[in-house]
Design a protein around this ligand. Structure first.
Ligand code: AQP
Length: 333
């Protein structure tokens, strides 16, 4: 059976971007003829500074977000990365396969590092190599990700191909990025040209999965837009990134197309559309945030689920790592 792997970094609380761009599709893939493995990638989170207490809490919050959105720990394997040490071990091998030139082309590093690349951790630079290990450790064939992660999945294919070529084996499969649907890139509410991020500066630029109804309404109300009303057709959204973003968020939440959203609100002004969007968001998110709050009140249950998931993950990962070490020529007793 085809195998899905994907992960989310506990570098803060979950956003609407993580939900629409990732978790919602993870849930759809579960039981859809795939074996599904989902990971809270805590080793990736520490590539930038994380306060230990906040990291622990964010790890549990992301896990609760998965579970509350419909990830069933019986149907999927759900765990946090650091409990399966094989990820870090395989990443080291891949650090020796990947080329510096490949890493230098990664746009996410350039965006995150900005002008200050010299001050970044070595881990942030090597991030894509750990991500390749995450995927290839399970011989995953399908990797559902947002548009922004596509380049990293392509690098994973390059690493797999070079490993297979150098060691003259046909061992690691070529993983496919799975990118589809509207609102795959949810943008910042204050600047429609930037993506909505967990770690963005201002809380007003994102919807957090734990925001209450009033906060969600206020954030959409204050979301930046131009003054023009909604256009008649989707072509009319060209050159209007903030308007496009709000229409696409509505579409993704309602499971309809952006054209259908515009047909539902012909020529509407923001005074009409923003409250409608806020109501829809609250309707869709509040059952999830309610369940997340319930789970977070008893983190022992979350920890048990993650530990059990890690045990199942190791059962797949260890044979793949052992075989890799054999191929590379490591002596093992
Ligand atoms: N704004 C977004 N729109 C659509 N998809 C998104 N994803 C993240 N933001 C958006 C998708 O969520 C998954 C998990 O992402 P991640 O947490 O591993 O890393 P990220 O993409 O770097 O997420 P953030 O929120 O921007 O975190 P920070 O601020 O810490 O860097 C991925 O599939 C991603 O595409």
């Amino acid at each position: 059976t085809p195998r899905v792997f994907s992960g989310i970094k506990p570098s803060g609380g979950l956003t609407l971007g993580n939900y629409l761009g990732a978790i919602k599709r993870f849930v759809q893939m579960q039981g859809g003829g795939f074996e599904t493995i989902y990971c809270v990638v805590d080793l990736h989170a520490i590539t930038v500074w994380q306060d230990p207490k906040e990291l622990r809490s964010a790890t549990r919050e992301v896990a609760a977000g998965f579970l509350a959105s419909g990830i069933d720990p019986e149907k999927s394997i759900l765990f946090n990365q650091s409990q399966v040490s094989q990820h870090a071990e395989l990443a080291w091998i891949f650090n020796c396969v990947a080329r510096l030139g490949w890493m230098n082309r990664m746009t996410q590093f350039k965006e995150k590092a900005g002008k200050n690349a010299e001050a970044q951790s070595l881990g942030l630079y090597a991030y894509p190599s750990l991500m390749a290990a995450d995927i290839l450790l399970y011989h995953a064939t399908h990797v559902p990700v947002g548009e922004d992660q596509k380049q990293h999945v392509e690098l994973t294919r390059d690493i797999a191909a070079k490993f297979n070529h150098d060691y003259k084996v046909d061992f690691f499969p070529m993983a496919e990025p799975v990118i589809e649907g509207p609102a795959m890139r949810v943008m910042n509410l204050r600047d429609g040209t930037k993506k909505m991020s967990k770690s963005g500066e201002s809380d007003m630029e994102r919807i957090n999965m734990t925001d209450d109804a009033d906060t969600i309404a206020r954030k959409f109300q204050k979301a930046r837009t131009d003054a023009a009303p909604l256009p008649e057709s989707v072509e009319g959204l060209d050159g209007r990134p903030e308007a496009r973003n709000l229409v696409e968020i509505y579409a993704a939440l309602a499971d309809i197309t952006p054209a259908e959203v515009l047909a539902r609100y012909p020529g509407a002004g923001w005074g009409t559309f923003k409250p409608a969007l806020a109501d829809l968001a609250v309707e869709r998110l509040s059952p999830i945030s309610g369940e997340m709050a319930r789970m977070m009140a008893d983190p022992a249950e979350i920890d048990r689920i993650l530990a059990r998931g890690a045990e199942r993950a190791r059962a797949i990962a260890q044979p793949v790592l052992s075989r890799t070490l054999d191929i590379v020529g490591m002596v093992r007793g």
